[in-house]
Ligand binder design. Structure first.
Ligand SMILES: *Cc1c(COP(=O)(O)O)cnc(C)c1O
Ligand SMILES: [Zn+2]
Length: 428
């Protein structure tokens, strides 16, 4: 597989490595980036729009539609090997009702919870699994408490690979755990925390010849770039003023920024949006480092939004680079603000999991602070499906979440099986 038009480069020291080499870190232990050679890329808006009417599975996928920017192997090769299953192509909702509540006239919500396994992780996973196949691997692994393992388990099974998942002790959203088990991944619960699970999975992958699909894997970033591409295409290539999204391990904001810079480079868009990354106040290492202008310091993470409950994000260097390039900002919101924003997003019929709704809480805060102007065009990203964490939803509406005031509770109403009682309740 020589002659691929990308290579790997160390984020820390700049050392280069071949594009399809089995390695996750530089010899200096820095993380790696995929560097695309775009000098011969001839992708245009017209080509991309024509693919929207095609029946080719690559074109129908909201990741592989942009293949020249993601894993440019040529159509013939990709038609044989790509793990494409219609990921992406998610709705961009006109969310002006929510916009009115948070103070912006033009608000859209890109719902990544509409992916095959219910989160944007599928976009990175389809590329990661495809690379695993290219490298001749037959098993894949990750350490994850959530959507990454759900996605990996499904994509591994669909590609006839073995999936191995390491989970730490403690709270796991049942929707996510149930997916990992249901899709048949070997799931190992470690007596330890996430960092222990991380260390073990890396060692096991090295010694057992298993491909590692944790967020350190640079090809997942390549797939996630397509969220930004799709937003631009959804808006008929009219670049919005802001893209706002939650940040945990910071892979997603890294991906969106990298992707849009590349789209600008090949001339498909003519300017860049700004980017805003929203962290939970209890898991805010990027916000702290950003505000103080320092390197990242890990924190002990605590938030109800488990998908962004990360105290030691691996991709922070790449992440900061992207935020700077897109003239971005970082903010934080409390768990109560996240849950109230979630109740709002849910109540208009769109719905998303808690971490996703940090987006809307963040927009509200940034508008109140005058960072986002009321007449600016804002796209918020909803990262995961409402059904991932049903316990939290029910407990919120029953006002039974510890430390949370349920300002938008919609509790079930008990009634006797009596028609007059029920009429009275309905007419209230
Ligand atoms: C993974 C995930 C995030 C965080 O994305 P990062 O790339 O880790 O910053 C946010 N929301 C949901 C639903 C996720 O699954
Ligand atoms: Zn290096």
């Amino acid at each position: 597989m020589d002659g691929v038009s990308w290579h790997l480069a160390c984020v820390r020291c700049g050392e280069n490595y071949p594009g399809l080499e089995l390695r996750y870190r530089c010899d200096c232990s820095g993380t790696l980036d995929v560097i695309q050679d775009l000098s011969k890329c001839e992708l245009t808006r017209e080509i991309l729009d024509s693919r929207m009417a095609s029946k080719n599975p690559l074109d129908r996928s909201g990741v592989w539609r942009f293949r020249e920017l993601i894993l440019p192997l040529g159509d013939e090769e990709l038609e044989k090997i790509a793990a494409a299953r219609g990921e992406g192509t998610t709705n961009l909702y006109d969310a002006s009702t929510i916009g009115t509540e948070v103070g912006v006239e033009n608000l859209w919500l890109k719902h990544e919870g509409e992916n095959p396994t219910g989160s944007f992780k599928d976009r990175g996973m389809t590329v990661g699994i495809t690379v695993a196949k290219l490298l001749g691997m037959s098993a894949v692994a990750c350490a994850s408490t959530g959507n990454t393992s759900a996605s990996m388990a499904s994509y591994a099974a669909i590609s006839s690979m073995d999936g191995l998942i390491f989970i730490p002790e403690g709270k796991i959203a049942f929707g996510k755990l149930s997916q990992a088990l249901a899709y048949g991944a070997k799931t190992i619960q470690i007596e330890g925390d996430f960092d222990d699970a991380m260390a073990l999975v890396q060692e096991i992958c090295d010694s057992e010849g298993i491909y590692l699909l944790n967020s350190i894997n640079p090809f997942r970033i390549e797939g996630q770039k397509a969220i930004g591409y799709e937003i631009m295409q959804d808006l008929d290539w009219q670049v919005p003023d802001w893209i706002v999204l939650p940040g945990g391990n910071l892979g997603n904001n890294t991906a969106v920024a990298k992707g849009l810079l590349e789209l600008l480079e090949i001339g498909v868009i003519d300017r860049l949006p700004r980017i805003a990354v929203v962290q939970a106040a209890g898991a805010n290492p990027l916000y702290t480092a950003w505000s103080k202008g320092t390197d990242i310091q890990s924190v002990k993470a605590e938030t109800i939004a488990t998908a962004i409950k990360i105290g030691n994000p691996v991709s922070w260097r790449k992440s900061m680079r992207g935020i700077t390039a897109l003239d971005g900002v970082v903010t934080e919101v409390t768990d109560n603000q996240i849950m109230d924003a979630k109740a709002l997003v849910d109540s208009v019929g769109i719905g998303a999991e808690p971490a996703s709704c940090a987006t809307v809480a963040g927009i509200k805060r940034l508008v109140a602070e005058g960072v986002i102007g009321p007449d600016e065009k804002v796209v918020g990203m909803l990262t995961g499906n409402l059904l991932k964490d049903p316990d939290i939803v029910v407990n919120y509406h029953m006002s039974e979440l510890e430390g949370i005031e349920s300002h938008r509770a919609n509790a079930p109403i008990s009634a006797s099986a009596n028609i007059d009682d029920i009429r009275r309740i309905i007419r209230q």
